[in-house]
Design a protein around this ligand. Sequence first.
Ligand code: PRX
Length: 645
Amino acid sequence: MPYPYQIKSLEEYRSAYKKSVEEPEAFWADIAENFQWRRKWDEVLNWNFKEPKIEWFKGAKLNITENCIDRYLPEMAEKPAIIWEPNNPEERTRVVTYARLHKRVCQFAQVLKNNGVKKGDRVCIYMGMVPELAYAVLGCARIGAIHSVIFGGFSAQSIADRLEDAQAEFIVTCDGAYRGAKDIPLKSVIDDALIGNKLVKKVIVYTRTRIPVSMIKGRDVWWEDEMEYAETQVEKDGVVSFPAEEMDAEDPLFILYTSGSTGKPKGVVHTCGGYMVWTNYSFVNVFQYQPGDVHFCTADIGWITGHSYIVYGPLSAGATSLMFEGIPTWPDAGRFWDIVDKHKVNILYTAPTAIRSLIGFGEGPLKGKDLSSLKTLGTVGEPINEEAWHWYDENIGRKKCPIVDTWWQTETGGILISNLAGITPSRPGWATLPLPGVQPVLVDENGKEITEKDEEGLYKGNLCIKAPWPGILRTTYGDHERCRTNYFATYENLYFTGDGCMKDEEGNYRITGRVDDVLNVSGHRIGPAEVENAINMHTGVVESAVVGYPHDIKGQGIYAYVIFNGRGTPDEQTKKDINQTVARIIGPIAKPDKIQFVSGLPKTRSGKIMRRILRKIAEGEISNIGDISTLLDPAVVDEIKNGKV
Ligand code: PRX
């Protein structure tokens, strides 16, 4: 058996789970034996959630790229590591074997070195979904630089904020990116982000769309030139090598920015050893990957799902990972099914929002597509509604493929609660059982464990985790206190997820959504405070409040209440201007779906906005607003109700 730690039956799951709780150190030491360490750990786990301080495999030395690439050579040299499907189906597919991946990652590591990047330096990556993005990420990991990938939909301002927060000195980008019918001018966004930036020394630019770009002498260099030169350095007599930096298990691997209910996005930090073990273990077990399978995760590497289940999880397991540059609906809504058919995809992992958008096109786009290679389907990012689940099951899985509903977060590094494909039962809308090593607990507002069932026979509360698993975040970059207050201070000795949840008598979990103000739009986390700050940047806006409302495709849409005091009466054009402002400040992904102009906002006497009321109105629950007696000006509620858009 290729993965000795792959769970093969419900009984094995139960005994693995039991051991992981009773003897976590012995359990994880056994699993960690399956990786390549330069030096083994002195201690498996050392932790307290108070500070928090979490250390896995302390004292161990490794380089994650040796685990993702070198250890599969030469045996798997010709096996595809990455299959790349371009945006335009007429363009040629690229197949990157493990040998080729090794060469490119060595070359790119050399490029980074040639450009002055050292271990611990922060490298910001802002690229489209091309294999070079994977080379860039792994090249950083090879020399021990900390990568921070930024999704291509973020604006120059967002990038500038992240560059500043991470104190990044290097950027890797593309001239442009193709996404459906659009060409996105990435380098030009980077140029805007760099106005006034004094820290960034080098920008490496990969050529993808050949849109004209400005190239500044001394700062900007072409990827292709750099790679060509590096090739002469890393390849001697046909042998490719670039010595991987020796990393401590607890050295940072990457920073990934994510939104919370307040303030600016925070840089979630994951470390080398624990993250590697967790992404690999969860990948192998949840998807039940078998050697030779083609795994297609449709996420962008700009999000955690792409980091963990396109790059690190699959590659550390010697898998074949399919990377797609485009979008599900271009040139038509059959694009995913063409890819499944063309590449004989075995595992398809996507978001409920993508499924819902494809349902809208009916079964037509499925006609003539051979989906018989599919063995496992997965969903991630948001609760899946039963209609979407059944459509996925019937039309894509032909009722033969288990669907894994995987619940996790940027902060958790990998999947925490999910059924294991074909091994533990699936249930529509339920993430079901925790993975070994994960100890969920539901608590009430005071942190007291929920021990009583409600009238439906379910336990309901806020979802927390009692003890660390190897993939848990270690800190938020540059601000450990923020990490503590965000995740470890709400309830004593618990990691608080921010999600509401229910549990049945058999111990299955169903995630009901965020209990804080954080929005989840198309499976992406958006901070309401960030959107409000962006709206408030518009010259005519006095104040705003942003809440989520149910959206048929996106799961949640963004509803903005705006007090406007600018020139003239605000109209549709004003809304467009506000949207444009948000796109400039955060990025197009944060544009409100609905804007309602109001003369005031419901506030308590202490000046706090009552979001509960705004949420109810946005949800259309106008007759059921609840108590408004504590409001400073209750009359404003009627006005808002009457003006609902
Ligand atoms: O609310 C949960 C929701 O997405 C949040 C995490 O968002 P992010 O860090 O962007 O990571 C998304 C990809 C892992 C969670 O707090 N969420 C994620 N997966 C599910 C989910 N909600 C319900 N069911 C899921 N399977």
